[in-house]
Design a protein. Structure first.
Ligand code: ARG
Length: 463
């Protein structure tokens, strides 16, 4: 890059003593916000086209500026552009370079605009494409879970509450719970797209502009729905950043929950799943070990994304209107959360392809812990006209009897059962069958095999 007339920040015209080098170092954000260069250039092109349409700048100047901006785009994409920390951020780096390429007429580009509206325009446009990328990754995750679920409709496992055996469920049903979560994540990200779809460009520093600009024109050009309504709110607002960070936090929380489940199920104590060698690591001292490090990585990352959300909330707390330098950190936080989540989604996709349920052990565990007790209580209500509370009491007595004899419910004989409820017949024994138990949960959203099949078909059709 050739030297500018004076190698100084643009705003330094009235600041005589020169900024201290330490402030130059901490105040510069170009290392981070250069990631917005494409969005910044697009925003500038739309802006100068609007300025020309409104007869604020001439045809010749507009073309010159656009020529310069296109050249800068090439330089940056071919890594030929020298970013200079002295020019603070991506906006000033581009403007400085524009001066070098087209000369003094570059000065028209910043008519009726401020970096305050420019930076949010860039960030909003960037968030749109980032959200699309996350959405695509979430679709892949959902597809992988559906495939796994499809193969495991008849895989029986214990459903837990308090991590104690509760009721038998299909492993597919368990997996499909996560499809619900990731679908809600998709919605959450898309709500945010909708609410950030207002064009900030043209509110300038904070109060609007005396130039006769057309904000509807740039709105259309940049793919927004409408211009923002209040110039002060516009430059102060980072709600769309919070919403994005929150959506990321919730999504990474979902990943951390399934990661934790898989870690527990992979433990030697549970042994409900096997992880392939692709997703485990060894120990430097214990030769026998295969550790679920990747799952632990996924579980831990939610700590980072929550931290980022809290950083931004804290930056915004009590911040008066309108623009303050405090806000500059929003981009670093957003990029970090975005990259963390995308990384987690990629790893999680690998995990989904690299573990298998240990069906025998799942069934064995599901056969313990008196897991069909609720089925027995329901049976008593339906067939022996008892209230549920009465049936609950009788069933508890039956469980106590099994516990006393150190056997499972299905090992009790009809004679044993009749000691507690004389009216019982042979028919009762079918309630202890796990398949019957699962298949009886036909209420909408329940774990019956038919329900799951239908749900998988429904979600597969949506893709
Ligand atoms: N780099 C700045 C930021 O990201 C751009 C806005 C600067 N505005 C200002 N008045 N200093 O926040």
């Amino acid at each position: 890059m050739t030297k500018n007339k004076n190698n100084k920040a643009i705003w330094s015209t009235r600041i005589k003593s020169g900024t201290s080098t330490i402030f130059q170092r901490v105040g510069s954000s170009v290392d981070i916000d250069k990631r917005l260069y494409k969005e910044d250039l697009d925003g500038s092109v739309a802006h100068v086209e609007m300025l020309f349409k409104q007869k604020i700048i001439s045809f010749k100047i507009k073309n010159k500026i656009i020529y310069g901006l296109k050249k800068i785009e090439k330089e940056i994409s071919y890594k030929k552009f020298k970013f200079n920390k002295l020019y603070e951020d991506i906006h000033m780096n581009i403007e400085k370079r524009l001066f070098e390429i087209i000369g003094e007429e570059a000065g028209f580009i910043h008519t009726a605009r401020s970096r305050n509206d420019q930076v949010i325009t860039d960030l909003k446009i960037w968030l749109r494409s980032a959200t699309k990328e996350i959405d695509i990754s979430l679709d892949k995750i959902i597809k992988n879970i559906l495939n796994l679920a499809e193969k495991n409709i008849f895989t029986i496992m214990p459903g837990f509450t308090h991590l104690k055996n509760a009721q038998a469920v299909s492993f597919a049903h368990y997996l499909m719970a996560y499809v619900e979560m990731f679908n809600r994540d998709k919605k959450r990200f898309n709500y945010n797209l909708d609410s950030l779809n207002e064009n900030p460009l043209g509110v300038a520093a904070l109060s609007g502009t005396s130039f006769n600009i057309d904000r509807n024109y740039t709105t259309k050009k940049l793919g927004f729905k409408k211009p923002t309504n209040n110039s002060i709110d516009t430059v102060s607002d980072r709600d769309f950043v919070l919403d994005f960070l929150y959506a990321i936090s919730v999504c990474s929380m979902h990943i951390s929950r399934i990661a934790e489940e898989l870690i527990i199920w992979n433990s030697d104590a549970f042994n409900l799943i096997n992880l392939s060698d692709k997703i485990v690591t060894g120990s430097s001292i214990m030769p026998q070990k295969k550790n679920p490090d990747l799952l632990e990585y996924l579980r831990g990352k939610s700590g980072i994304t929550y931290g980022n959300l809290f950083s931004m909330l804290t930056i915004l707390k009590s911040l008066p209107l309108s623009y303050f330098k405090d806000l500059q950190d929003d981009k670093e936080i957003v990029f970090k959360s975005n990259d963390t989540l995308l990384g987690c989604l990629k790893i999680f996709e690998e995990v989904l392809k690299n573990f298998t349920p240990n069906k025998k052990q799942m069934l064995k565990l599901a056969s313990s812990g008196y897991i069909t007790a609720t089925d027995l209580a329901d049976y008593l209500v339906k067939n022996h006209s008892m209230s549920f509370r009465k049936a609950y009491q009788k069933t508890a007595d039956i469980v106590n009897l099994a516990e006393k004899n150190k056997i499972n419910l299905e090992q009790l004989t009809l004679q044993d059962l009749k000691k507690i409820e004389p009216k019982l017949t042979n028919e009762v024994l079918k309630v202890f069958d796990l398949k019957n138990s699962i298949n009886s949960k036909k209420s909408y959203g329940g774990t019956s095999f038919d329900n799951i099949k239908k749900m998988i078909i429904k979600y597969k059709k949506q893709k």
